[in-house]
Design a protein around this ligand. Structure first.
Ligand SMILES: NC(=O)c1ccc[n+]([C@@H]2O[C@H](COP(=O)([O-])OP(=O)(O)OC[C@H]3O[C@@H](n4cnc5c(N)ncnc54)[C@H](OP(=O)(O)O)[C@@H]3O)[C@@H](O)[C@H]2O)c1
Length: 269
């Protein structure tokens, strides 16, 4: 038995895949999200396939004030310690800042940063006390540069990256390990929710699968890697970006993001 993992954003995409993989590896899992119908289906499926794992479902809207505390209280009520915390829930929004919906901008900051911070703050002291534990925060390669046309999303992910790296230093010698996962475009509902499917960078062929990201992320986190960038392309991007002036970098990101996806060629009869 590996212990108990709590996964936010377990109902879809990367979090969904990580939840299945952890259960397969013998972890007990606490599945967190708003879509409890999907989470309950997961509980049944995992129960059928891996009956050694206990599966708990917690309904949580992480955009709400006090959501982190409520989640923490719900876990206490179940009566288990969280050994592996995965903050995966997140969302984005595409468009010029001045035109995007304010509510959606605030929701991104709530879910991507505030909830992640609160949840980490509440579960971390227990891990330190027990002298062991693991936290995996999901950011993005968006964390490494400003993102015109997705300014709020990129900024929220820069926060996650900076926050996690700082924690990694503070936690040295405590037995608690923290990692930040930085994938490039991944083929999940995220892109549709963010209104990003029209961009070249996010066309299906440019995306990796959620399964690949989840497997790679878990593997590297288990090896105590602090910053986990997924894929050769994103690694190269981050490397070359460091060599360029920031003014060029933000201009390039803007050009890439606004470029519409080419329509697939129609076949001649
Ligand atoms: N897809 C990409 O291209 C990409 C690239 C880099 C990083 N990421 C990051 O990867 C993480 C997972 O994204 P994904 O691609 O797997 O997207 P996804 O399939 O859309 O999953 C997003 C998850 O976040 C949860 N969530 C969203 N709003 C929530 C709220 N208010 N309260 C609680 N949970 C909420 C959703 O659960 P419910 O709907 O059940 O609440 C869902 O499980 C995100 O942090 C995202 O920023 C994604």
């Amino acid at each position: 038995m590996n212990g108990t993992a709590l996964i936010t954003g377990a109902s879809s995409g990367i979090g969904f895949e990580m939840s299945q993989m952890l259960a397969e590896d013998g972890w007990d899992v606490i599945l967190v999200g708003r879509n409890t119908e999907v989470l309950e289906q997961m509980r049944t499926r995992i129960g059928e396939k891996h009956d050694q794992s206990n599966v708990y479902v917690i309904s949580a809207d992480l955009s709400k004030d006090g959501a982190a505390q409520k989640l923490y209280d719900d876990v206490k009520e179940i009566g288990v310690d969280v050994d592996f915390l995965i903050n995966c829930a997140g969302l984005g929004d595409f468009g010029p800042f001045a035109e995007c919906d304010l509510k959606k901008q605030e929701t991104q900051i709530h879910v991507n940063d505030l909830a992640l911070t609160g949840i980490t703050r509440l579960f971390l002291p227990g891990m330190i006390e027990r002298g062991k534990g693991r936290i995996l925060n999901v950011a993005s390669i968006a964390a490494f540069q400003p993102g015109p046309l997705m300014s709020v999303y990129y900024a929220t992910k820069a926060y996650v990256q900076s926050f996690t790296e700082a924690l990694a230093v503070e936690l040295k010698g405590t037995g608690v390990k923290v990692s930040v996962l930085c994938p490039g475009p991944v083929d999940t509902p995220f892109l549709t929710i963010a209104g990003q499917t029209g961009q070249n960078m996010f066309k299906k062929s440019a995306c990796v699968t959620a399964e690949y990201v989840a497997r790679y992320g878990l593997k590297r986190a288990m090896k105590d890697k602090v910053v986990i960038v997924v894929g050769f392309g994103p690694k190269m991007l981050i490397f070359f970006e460091r060599l360029l002036p920031r003014s060029v970098v933000r201009r390039v990101v803007y050009m890439i993001q606004k470029k519409p996806a080419k329509k697939p060629k129609e076949k001649k009869e």
